[in-house]
Design a protein around this ligand. Structure first.
Ligand SMILES: [Zn+2]
Ligand SMILES: [Zn+2]
Length: 376
């Protein structure tokens, strides 16, 4: 890994400087696959009928371990989630493992998963069988702490539209139906609901259209919401309650409601603790202090969908000071900083060391599998 340090950092910075949104990561996936190909990996592009998804495999034996790469950016903010580091760490770990696999057997597959933000690319790839023949899956996400056992909420997105009726806002307000007011009513309903939901659930949204001129009664309003919960059963309950807020606003205002739950679904993350323990030991051997398992304040990740079908971990490495929030311009800068580079190299090393442990110690691999089989 040390020998490849400079080229991995260069790859990470190239992705960082050329941010591409979900499903449009054409350059990132080209750079990553050509790096793998140059290093003797068997590469397949466009897997799962997704143009920017890929797999790169080395070795052919069992166990077959997946290293996950993400490489999508955020609108306006660029790589403010640091996915450039996730990509470079996965590729770096994969290539560093070649010698070990030549000696010990087993195989490693780097799976390139597009559109983590907003579209749940891995959710689609799980459905299309990308993880069917994988014994364990892992990745490393940049953060402000080194954590082996992270948590993430189930999440689904809702698109809403209110269709009202335009009229002169001063001369004939009684002739109009105000779609924006309906949207505001729905927000107020959700704000009231929020007092009475479980602590870890989250409901948040934005208005994407709210009228065109102050002197016209808005005939159209649109918004986008995310609903999150710790488990799928409670998510289903919340979805009904949230939708009722929109229906109530529609009834009160007379504006017609159109809505659509997105197909993109994020499953709750199920961390394999046996695997997290191996990773912790390796990250600590690199001189990092691993924080205790996370128990509050978390988002969602499509690695949750992978964790439902394969033993998985979604650990994090610190790349920024504690006060820097993810999805901020400061975090974007950290993803291209010295501290970011150190996180990338340590993350890649800990991933590679963990794969070696699974291949070299059948009893470690067995513990991971047994834990996964025992959980429902
Ligand atoms: Zn993110
Ligand atoms: Zn992310």
């Amino acid at each position: 890994m040390e020998a490849r340090r400079e080229e991995l950092i260069e790859l990470s910075l190239k992705i960082h400087q050329n941010p591409e949104l979900g499903f449009q990561e054409v350059r990132a996936s080209r750079w990553l696959t050509s790096y793998l190909k140059r290093n003797g990996f068997k590469v397949e592009k466009g897997i799962c009928q997704l143009a920017t998804a890929f797999s790169g495999e080395y070795g052919s034996g069992k166990p077959r371990i997946a290293l996950i790469a993400e490489y999508d950016a955020l609108p306006e903010l660029g790589h403010a989630c640091g996915h450039n580091i996730i990509a470079a760490a996965a590729i770096g770990a994969g290539v560093a493992l070649k010698g070990a696999i030549d000696q010990l057997g087993g195989s490693v597959v780097v799976i390139g998963t597009p559109a983590e933000e907003l579209f749940s690319g891995k959710g689609i790839m799980v459905q299309r069988g990308a993880f069917d023949d994988v014994d364990a899956a892992m990745m490393v996400h940049p953060n402000v702490l080194d954590i082996a056992s992270t948590r993430a909420l189930a999440c689904v997105s809702l698109e809403v539209e209110f269709i009202g009726k335009a009229a002169h806002a001063a001369a004939r307000p009684e002739a109009g139906i105000n779609a924006l007011e309906a949207m505001i009513q729905a927000f107020n309903g959700i704000n009231s609901l929020r007092q009475h939901i479980r602590e870890r659930a989250r409901i948040h949204g934005i208005i994407t259209r709210g009228g065109d001129a102050a002197n016209v009664v808005p005939a159209y309003a649109a918004g986008n919401f995310l609903v999150r919960a710790e488990d799928e059963a409670y998510l289903d309950e919340l979805k009904i309650k949230v939708l009722n807020c929109f229906k109530a606003a529609s009834l009160a205002s007379g504006a017609r409601l159109e809505y659509k739950w997105s197909e993109a679904y994020y499953a709750p993350l199920r961390v394999n603790t046996a695997l997290a323990e191996v990773f912790t030991k390796n990250l600590e051997a690199l001189g990092r202090k691993v924080a205790p398992p996370m128990n509050r304040a978390f988002g969602s990740t499509d690695m949750g969908n992978v964790s439902a079908v394969v033993p998985s971990i979604h650990p994090t490495v610190a790349i920024a000071p504690l006060e820097v929030p993810d999805h901020s311009p400061e975090f974007c800068a950290a993803a291209a900083s010295e501290m970011g580079h150190r996180g990338l190299i340590d993350g890649a090393k800990a991933l590679a060391m963990t794969v070696v442990d699974l291949i070299a110690q059948p009893e470690a691999m067995a513990r991971v599998t047994e834990e996964f089989m025992a959980s429902d």
